[in-house]
Each structure stands twice: as C-alpha cells, then as structure tokens.
Design a protein. Structure first.
Length: 498
C-alpha cells in the first residue's frame, strides 16, 4: 500500500484521534482532562520489564509530570508531597493488586533566604557535588522519600535506616559541575537485591508530536506508512523527536521476581504463575485545604487521580468522555469499557481509509486486557480474569541482550518487549497503532507498517539500573525540531521540515 494513496485520507484520522484522546500518542503526557489540570499527578509513562543484567529481578518505572523544561527555575520540578505515588502488582489473575509499593515525598527548604532552590559556585557557596553533607550546601530545595511495600496486609518500610534523597534537576555546569555523580548518588541499595532511584531525568519517550497533531502531516514521506528501510532501522530517527530535551520526574524500583509472584518463586515462561499484571497510580487526599503560606491541610482517605497500565488502552482505545472515569477507577472494573476494547473507533477509521483491519468484535485485542496467550501461554480460559487494563509481564521470558533489542518488541520477534511488559526502548507509538490495525490477529493480512519515523531516543537508554538517563542541563540543553540537528537517519543529521 503506497503512502501517497493514504495521505489525503489521513487528515480524517487526526479528528478521530482527538475525540479518542486528549493526547493521542504521547503516552499520557497530559492525556486526560483531569490530569491536564493536575500535572504533578499526571502519569506520563509506565514501564515494567525483566532487568537486563539480573533476569531474576523485575524493574518498574513510574514517570510523572510531563514536558519539564530544564531551564525553568528557580524551583524547577519537585515531586508533590501531597501525592501518593504507587506501583501495583496483580499476581493471581483477578485484576486486583496483591502487592503495592508506595512512595511519599517530603520537601525541605534548607536555606530559606536563597532566591532559588539550587545555587553553587557563587557568593561563597560551593558547587553542588553531593546530595548530603559537604558539597550539598547550595542544595536548598531538597526532597527525601520513603518506600513502603504492602503485601498480605503487612506493611514493610524498604528504606528502613536509610535517608533517600531525590535527585534534583540538572541546573547547569557551574551549579552542578558533575551531575552524573549526583545522579549516581541517587541510586540506593535497599537490601535483599532491591534498588530504588527517584529524581528528575531525561524523558525517555519519543514521538514526532508536531506532525501527529497537524492532521498527521508527516515529514518527507517517512511517516504514516513507513518504508521498509525506515521501519527496519532501530538506531536512527528520520523525523524530529518532540520530547527531546525535556525532562520528567521518575521513580525506578528493582525487586526480586520472587517478591512479586503468587507463591514467592520464579517460574518458567510456560507457567501461568510467571505472569504478573502491573500498573502505576497517583492519588490525593479526599480533602485538601490550601492555607498558604501555611502548609496544606489534608484529610480523608486517598482518592486515585490517574493510573496507567498498557499505554495502548489508555491512549488509543478509551474515548475522551470516559477518560476521567477510567483514570479514577480500578482495573478490576474495566468491563464497563469493554466496548472500547472490542470495537475500537480508531480501527473503523483505519478501515475507512483503506488500511485492512479485522472485523469486530476484536478478540485479537483481548490478550492485552485479560490473561491469555501469547503473553501468558500457561493460562487457560479459566485463568483469563476480568477485563482489566494491566501491563502484563511474563517474568519467565529472559531479557533480550541490550544490543539485540528490537524497537517493535513482540511484533519483531523480541518477546521480551512490549506488549510483554514495556522497556524504555520499545516504540509504543508504532506498536500500539499497528495493534489497533490488527497485526496481532494476522501479521500478514493486517501488517500495515504504521509509524511516525521517530524510532529511538537520541540520548539513548541505560543498560543497567536505573535505565533512565540523567536530566538535561538547564543551561546547555536544547530541543530537537524541524530544520535542526537530531535526525541521524537524514542527510547531515538535519530533521526535515516538510
């Protein structure tokens, strides 16, 4: 199917995309109406995968607060002390969390007379070279946090005896001359093969947002339907990554797999006990009274603001009119959204413009919302559980070596990738779009190579914990745009304008 045959009709697609989602492709970057007004509780992305260098462990990453401009001082972007950040795991196929990891943050203003949260190499204040102790004098706005595991009714403080500091924004080389060192100091060993990191980092998500929202007006013929050359290239970008140069707040947790399974053991890929369902959530107290300059007064139980499991479901399936309800409800109640899953409107639009799609009901999408093969080959029909938006991960599938990972994950035969969990390098924009078009039903008949030409992150990804990359410098960073450097797949590395 030729791109020039599809281009005029693609203008229609963006209209429907807008109806489907407040931020169609951007994996929950200001995705729902409720989170567009509450950015610190907005989950941008949720990841869960078997750790690359420790196949006996699972890493989960919760990213929040989208499009953080690195230079936007003086307070930059601390975590919200009034938000409860959670990572949740279902391990018995019932759609309800059995294990919850909770993160709470506390903010300190150590030098209230300073005009900014961070200063160094100025006015006798030494550069910031440490998160605590000597070298941290200019680190005025400082956050500590706690990590709590709730399992079988038992509450365990995983950071007991440790003071955990969140890594701040990268202000610049005078204030923070060795930011990589600060980043490394933020990695904490919690004991028993568990690790944690929290702080501001380079946003690992990648997409050509500008072209997507201009009625899918993709550049130089590389987007919409990709050529075999572009589609097969996992190492280069052919269009500008609109998220490049922006930061995001992240919480990264690595724990032994046996902590997460129903029986506390590791299992092979063919056992249903190897498969867990995961999601991230943010919550606020039911009642908050702002009393500035006094601290806010919170009361009542926590109420969920946002959740994310599988980015396909959150972005391309649920209609905007249902997004707030979806965000605040629990996965176990997702049967109320079953019509979105079984007959997605976007698939109908694809069919109307000539892209082959399977007929409804779309049972090929069910493995994304129930426990079933191929992610759970050991699950029978009685193990399917309720329809629930969970990012399911088969912990028995070993990690793909870093140099051999495929951006299209499971679709490219890399079974350790999305939608079997999600790694930072997985191109969920292209994968999710193709899933809606029916590639999971028949990769030959419904395998139109839909994509945007942004295939990776120029800053790369970490090969070991915490996998995310250090935050972009407030003084020296820049964004990638049309006509600028940043598209290594194009002549001279210059991103196309048209």
């Amino acid at each position: 199917m030729q791109l020039n045959r599809l281009r005029p009709a693609f203008a229609l697609v963006v209209v429907v995309f807008t109806l489907l989602s407040g931020s169609v492709f951007a994996s929950s970057h200001r995705e729902a109406p409720i989170t567009a007004l509450d950015r610190t509780a907005d989950i941008t992305d949720w990841y869960a995968f078997v750790s690359y260098d420790h196949p006996d462990r699972v890493t989960m990453i919760l990213n929040v607060d989208p499009f953080l401009e690195p230079s936007n001082g003086p307070n930059y972007f601390p975590f919200d002390p009034n938000v409860l950040y959670e990572m949740k795991v279902d391990n018995n196929q019932d759609g309800e969390e059995d294990i919850t990891f909770q993160f709470r943050f506390n903010t300190q203003i150590r030098q209230p007379g300073l005009f900014t949260g961070f200063v160094g190499g100025l006015a006798g204040i030494p550069p910031i070279t440490a998160l605590d102790g000597p070298g941290s004098e200019g680190f005025s706005l400082r956050q500590t946090y706690t990590v709590t595991m709730v399992k079988d009714g038992k509450v365990t403080n995983l950071g007991w005896g440790k003071t955990l500091f969140a890594v701040p924004s990268n202000v610049g080389p005078q204030t923070m001359p060795d930011y990589q060192s600060l980043f490394n100091q933020g990695i904490y060993d919690l004991g028993n093969n568990a690790k944690v990191f929290a702080g501001t980092v380079d946003d690992p998500f990648f997409i050509d947002l500008g072209a997507a929202f201009d009625s899918l007006h993709f550049r130089m013929g590389v987007g919409g339907v990709l050529t075999p050359q572009v589609d097969g290239d996992d190492k280069h970008n052919y269009a500008p990554d609109a998220v490049a140069g922006f930061n995001v707040n992240t919480i990264v947790l690595e724990v032994p797999t046996k902590w997460l399974t129903v029986d506390g053991k590791r299992h092979g890929a063919g056992d249903k006990q190897a498969v867990i369902g995961t999601y991230g959530a943010t919550s606020r107290p039911k009642i908050t009274v702002r009393r500035s300059p006094a601290t806010a007064l919170n009361s009542g139980p926590f109420r969920q603001v946002q959740r994310e499991g599988n980015p396909l479901i959150n972005e391309l399936i649920i209609g905007t009119g249902s997004k707030d309800k979806f965000s605040m409800d629990d996965p176990k109640n997702d049967a109320q959204f079953a019509n979105f899953f079984l007959d997605p409107l976007l698939a109908t639009v694809f069919g109307s413009i000539g892209i082959p799609v399977p007929p409804a009901p779309r049972t090929d999408l069910l493995p994304l919302v129930i426990y079933a093969a191929p992610i759970c080959p050991g699950c029978s029909s009685k193990d399917a559980g309720p329809v629930a938006d969970l990012l399911r991960l088969n912990t028995g599938i070993p990690p793909t070596p870093v140099g051999s990972q495929k951006r299209l994950g499971f679709l490219a035969g890399d079974t350790a990738g999305f939608p079997n969990g999600r790694r930072l390098s997985d191109d969920v924009v292209d994968i999710a779009s193709r899933a809606v078009a029916g590639i999971l039903a028949d990769s030959t008949k419904y395998g139109t190579p839909i994509g945007d030409g942004v295939n990776t992150k120029n800053t790369g990804f970490g090969a070991t914990f915490p996998y995310v990359m250090p935050a972009n410098s407030g003084r020296d960073s820049h964004h990638v745009g049309p006509g600028q450097e940043g598209c290594s797949g194009q002549p001279g590395g210059i991103c196309p304008v048209q």
